[in-house]
Design a binder for this molecule. Structure first.
Ligand SMILES: Nc1nc2c(ncn2[C@@H]2O[C@H](COP(=O)(O)OP(=O)(O)OP(=O)(O)O)[C@@H](O)[C@H]2O)c(=O)[nH]1
Ligand SMILES: [Mg+2]
Length: 239
């Protein structure tokens, strides 16, 4: 009887950046798809082991933002917020980093357990794009790793970084976007209130930002899940 809990990893990123390719590289195609409860979006879930630890990895829908403008965005966002992956890997396209960073910054507002993977470095090299991952790491405050998911480049470093983050050997300080003075003032008042409601369950700053944005859906989902008694250990909704 092995009751060992597996470690949850989520793959987030813009569409077409190679999330599924990385998923397949990590799982060796050991995957099955599941239906997100209440939604019609199909997510792939797979598994792999590394250094004696068992991982479950979820391939989230590709999105440009997590502001819940579409079902895909809502599914990706709710997964990160409510399923609380132990690590969220944000996959970026090395040839369009600036555009991709928007999503990375949004993920980093929700969770500090983030690894950024810059994929398609082979394509970047062909185009003469030079990426200094150390500078990015310093600025963003989370590990940044250059990979080519299709050519299996950088995968060992990624696995090692995952392992070191899980064992507590990497601490992150994700870059937080500073908003206008007016917004920051409002946040100051709202954050303690949010903190009282959600505690450690959700980042109070991020939740307050969503409310200031006029988006009450997260708070509503949170309350609903609490009422349904999903606050404790729960299944991930997959068969
Ligand atoms: N050159 C190159 N191509 C890659 C690499 N990784 C993925 N690709 C290609 O990029 C394309 C998109 O890959 P996917 O893995 O489907 O991307 P995705 O992020 O899952 O896309 P969505 O599910 O639509 O969001 C495919 O044609 C892959 O073969 C890489 O490291 N180098
Ligand atoms: Mg995909």
């Amino acid at each position: 009887m092995n009751q060992k809990q597996t470690i949850k990893i989520a793959l987030a990123g813009n569409p077409n950046v190679g999330k599924s390719t990385l998923f397949n590289t990590l799982t060796g195609l050991k995957q099955h798809t599941g239906n997100w409860p209440g939604k019609t979006v199909i997510l792939a879930k797979g598994s792999f082991s590394y250094k004696g630890k068992d991982y479950t990895i979820y391939d989230l829908p590709g999105t440009y933002s997590l502001l819940s403008n579409s079902t895909d965005e809502e599914v990706a966002r709710d997964f990160i917020v409510f399923e609380k992956p132990d690590i969220t890997i944000v996959v970026l396209d090395a040839t369009t980093i600036e555009r991709n960073l928007n999503l990375a910054l949004q993920v980093m507002e929700i969770t500090d357990q983030v690894i950024i993977c810059i994929n398609l470095i082979d394509e970047a090299k062909k185009k003469g794009i030079i990426i200094n991952e150390n500078v990015m790491m310093d600025k963003l405050g989370v590990p940044v790793i250059k990979i080519s998911a299709r050519n299996k480049v950088g995968i060992n470093l990624l696995l090692d970084t995952i392992d070191r983050m899980i064992t507590g050997n990497i601490s992150t300080t994700p870059y937080q976007i500073k908003y206008s003075n007016e917004v920051e003032e409002k946040l100051k008042q709202l954050i303690p209130k949010m903190d009282k409601i959600v505690g450690d369950d959700i980042s109070p700053r991020w939740l307050a930002l969503r409310l200031l944005d006029g988006d009450e859906s997260i708070l509503k989902t949170y309350m609903r899940r609490k009422q349904m008694g999903e606050g404790e250990e729960k299944s991930d909704g997959y068969k």
